[in-house]
Structure formats: C-alpha cells, structure tokens
Design a protein around this ligand. Structure first.
Ligand SMILES: O=c1[nH]c(=O)c2nc[nH]c2[nH]1
Length: 487
C-alpha cells in the first residue's frame, strides 16, 4: 500500500510538473491499415497534461514559424520562454509508441529459454516454476523493474501485462508501471484447476475472485482515474480454470466492465484438452469449440483480448468478429514454441481487430518491432502455404503495432497516432542523421541499420522494421512525459 502511494505521488508529480512542449520535424503514423502518413517539417504542440493540442504541417520545420502560428491560438503558458522544444534532426522521425497487447512480465527472466518444448510441457517445465518463485517480493521487484525498463527502451509505451497469481507482487507491477510512467493493463492471473501444479494455483474460485478484486482495488487506489494503469481480468486459459471460476470471472467482467485477457487456440493439444475438459453438456455452450467455451461464460465480448488465435475454425472467427472481441497476434511465440502460423489477413478480412504481442517468454524478445518484423515473415509462410494475399506489408505491421494495438486494449481514443486530442505517447527514431554538409553523422556505429542518407522515407521505414532495434529508439514519451532516453 505504502509503495503504491509512493508510485502514485511520483507519477502525479511528474505529470503536473510537465511544461507545454513543441515537437518539430518529421512525424510518421498510420492513417489506416495499409497507409502511413508522412508529415515532414511539421509541428505538434503537447500541453501540460500530455495531450496533443495542435498540429501544424505548414511551418517547414521552422521552430520560430511554428511558434508564431500556434502559440497565440493556445493561450496561457505558450510562449518562447515557457515551452520545451524538441526538434527531430534530418533523418530522425517521431513515431507513435508501440503497444504490446500480450506480455507475461513474470516470465521475463526466461526470455530465450524454451528449448524444443511445446505449449503444455513448456508451461510445466519452464513457466509455472518461475511464476511461482515471484511470490518472493525482492525477486518480483527485480524482474518487474527490469521488464518495465526494457520494454520502455524498445518504445513500448503501453503493455497488457500478465503478472502471477500472487496479489502483492502483481500490485507491485502496477506500482512500478505507474512510477516509470508506462501505460499498462495489469492482470492478476486466475487458475484454480487441479491440472495446474499444487504449488501454483488458486485455492478455490472464491479465493481467486477475492484475489482479483484485491488487485482491482489496489489499482483503483494508486491510479483512480486509470490515467495510466488499469486492471484486466485474467483467466490464464480455459484449461487452467474450473467451470465455477469461469462463471465467476464472467460475472465479475459483467459487474465491472473491465477488459479481459486470456489465451485462445494456440496449440492443437491444448484445443483437444479444452474439448475434453469442457463438454457442451457441462457448459451449455453452443458447440464444442474453444471460442464457444469462453462465450458460454460471458468471457467473449468487445473487451476481450485473445492471445494467439492460431487454429480457429471459420465459425469461431465469425463469432469473435460478431462479439467484437480482439486478437493479439504473437508471431514470435507462435514460432518459438511451434504453435503454428496465425492467419492474420483472414482475421482482418473478417473484421476482427488485431494487434501485436511479444508474448514474453513464449516469445523470446520484448521488442514490438521484432514482433512486427516476425508478423511480416510469418505472413509470408502463410502465403507460401497457398494464400498469396496473406502477406502483410511494412505499413500493415506498423498499424498493428500502434493503432491496431490501441484498439485491442481499448485505448483507441487516447493513443496510436498524432491527431489533436490524442495523448503524446511517442518515440523518436534515429537511423542516423544527415549533417548540414549532407554527410551522414551517425548511423553506422549507432545501431544495426546502415543509413546512407539517400533512402526515400518509405525505404527508411522499411529498413527500420527489418533491421532496427532499441538502439534506434532515441527517446520515448508517455502522456508527454519523457520516460526513456538513450544515452
Ligand atoms: O504462450 C502462452 N503463455 C502462457 O503463459 C500461457 N498460459 C496458458 N497458455 C499460455 N500460452
């Protein structure tokens, strides 16, 4: 509780002490699924609350001109002396912050450790022991501090986190996100099934619900307006939950209107297990599909984030579209633990909203840029299977990483682009910069992207997607607050 208050005070102080800000240079963001908008020589004004209040595309990158045009329209607090100015150098650009729609913060120490396992043996061998060990508060603090810092350094301004079943350390994760200034959905994991190990499971449905309520109450205390951190109801996945727990979680979702996150149709053995554990005679589901099980318990709604969704039937995808539920595509994890290749184009064509998830540590990388790159590659494997239209473009994977992700986590009215009214969740990307003499000043020695200076903007963005990493993420802001700077 005390630490929660400390986190709250730290974040609040940082937010209220912000100054008005002017950002000038090149801005790139998604307009729609297959279209990036390039605004060069533009200016964006961000007020003290972190909200974009003006966008000017006529200033030709001239700070004085932007100030002369914009400040008089914005009133008090907007003068040369009062405003903090950030200019992107030639070759750099502002891009919306990434949204990781599925990441297990508690599994971060295992990133890269998965051997040749597949989902069900991976959970028992690698995952449950690590998650259980985070009931140790000092270990939890170390792991959660590290994962928040690391994801911010990769430009992740918002993450939908799974923690563990332990309430104290789950609450600590929420505190740490708030203190670091990262937007987050934080889920206390629910799992009471006897299939889960005895050392790591909820005692009963009632205890699972009480523990979930404790985390919801904690987050309501530390961030009452849910300006940065919000709780998310988190049934681990159907096989981890008893029927009474699934019913109780559906009732909790209806009562609170909170978002829900869980796993769906990741692995073929998992799907067979669901069929065995949840016969329609017991659930009253419309059919024996995995998706229908969640639907039967009120866990399939507009506020549901399904991770994976690899092996869906036509009818399941149609039901997801009908209910308006969202999909977190996790190409790194789906490849690493050999779950399968999700058909993202097929989902998009059905009107299912999709974003990207790193799914650490089924996925080995905490980088959403890596997830975007792998989404492009996995889509090519789907194409090689016969569906040429499946290929995702650079524009499309960047849409999934930003606007799509924002919709998946229910924040499309707050983040994802650079329109007036949205909040300034952004990254400054540098592939290298061009000096006044036209020479590249950095680039070769500062990251993996070899920048020559003559690339078109479309080529620069493609080089970033396919070769970039956190070395290109020079600065990161959330709600206008600088939360990461690469030294
Ligand atoms: O990729 C995954 N990671 C997990 O932790 C998990 N739990 C259930 N199903 C899961 N899938």
């Amino acid at each position: 509780m005390q630490r929660g208050l400390e986190a709250n005070m730290a974040a609040t102080t940082a937010q209220t002490s912000l100054k008005n800000q002017l950002f000038v240079g090149s801005f790139i963001h998604s307009k729609k699924l297959n279209q990036l908008e390039y605004l060069h020589g533009a200016a964006v004004c961000v007020d003290k609350s972190g909200t974009i209040v003006a966008v000017d595309t006529q200033c030709a990158g001239d700070v004085k001109r932007a100030a002369a045009t914009l400040y008089p329209t914005l009133g008090e607090g907007w003068s040369e002396e009062e405003v903090v100015v950030q200019v992107a150098k030639e070759g750099q650009f502002f891009f919306p912050g990434f949204i990781d729609t599925h990441i297990h913060a508690s599994q971060y120490p295992n990133a890269g450790i998965f051997g040749s396992s597949t989902l069900l043996d991976w959970l028992n061998t690698y995952t449950f022991p690590l998650e259980a060990s985070l009931a140790d508060p000092s270990k939890a603090r170390k792991v959660y501090s590290r994962v928040v810092r690391k994801t911010l350094s990769h430009g992740t301004t918002c993450a939908a986190y799974y923690a563990t079943i332990d309430v104290a350390s789950t609450n600590l994760l929420a505190d740490l996100c708030l203190a670091a200034g990262q937007r987050a959905l934080v889920g206390r994991v629910c799992m009471d099934s006897p299939l889960s190990p005895e050392y790591y499971r909820d005692e009963s449905p009632a205890q699972s619900i009480a523990a979930t309520r404790a985390t919801i109450a904690h987050i309501a205390r530390i961030d009452p307006a849910m300006a940065l951190v919000r709780p998310v109801i988190t049934p681990r996945f159907a096989p981890s939950c008893s029927i009474p727990l699934m019913q109780a979680l559906g009732a909790l979702a209806a009562e609170t209107d909170l978002p829900i996150q869980t796993h769906l149709s990741e692995n073929k053995n998992e799907i067979a297990l669901v069929r065995e554990l949840f016969p329609t005679a017991d659930t009253g589901a419309a059919d024996d599909s995995y998706t229908a099980v969640y639907d039967a318990f009120g866990l399939l709604s507009r506020r549901t984030i399904f991770a994976h969704a690899v092996h869906l039937s036509e009818a399941e995808a149609d039901l997801i579209a009908l209910r308006g539920a969202k999909v977190s595509h996790c190409p790194c994890s789906n490849s690493a633990i050999t779950s399968g290749a999700a058909r993202v184009r097929w989902l998009l064509d059905k009107g299912v909203c999709c974003g990207l998830g790193t799914d650490v540590s089924g996925g080995y990388s905490p980088s959403v840029l890596e997830a975007a790159r792998l989404a492009a590659l996995v889509s090519r494997h789907v194409a090689m299977g016969g569906d040429e239209a499946a290929k995702l473009t650079v524009e499309e994977v960047l849409y999934l990483a930003t606007r799509g992700g924002a919709e998946v986590v229910g924040l499309e009215d707050k983040v994802g682009g650079f329109e007036v009214g949205l909040e300034w969740d952004a990254q400054l990307i540098g592939l290298g910069s061009v000096g006044e003499d036209g020479d590249v000043e950095d680039g070769e020695e500062d990251g993996n992207v070899d920048f020559f200076g003559w690339e078109t903007w479309e080529e620069r963005v493609a080089k970033w997607v396919y070769n970039g990493d956190d070395r290109n993420t020079r600065k990161v802001w959330v709600r206008g607050r600088l939360v990461h700077e690469r030294k």
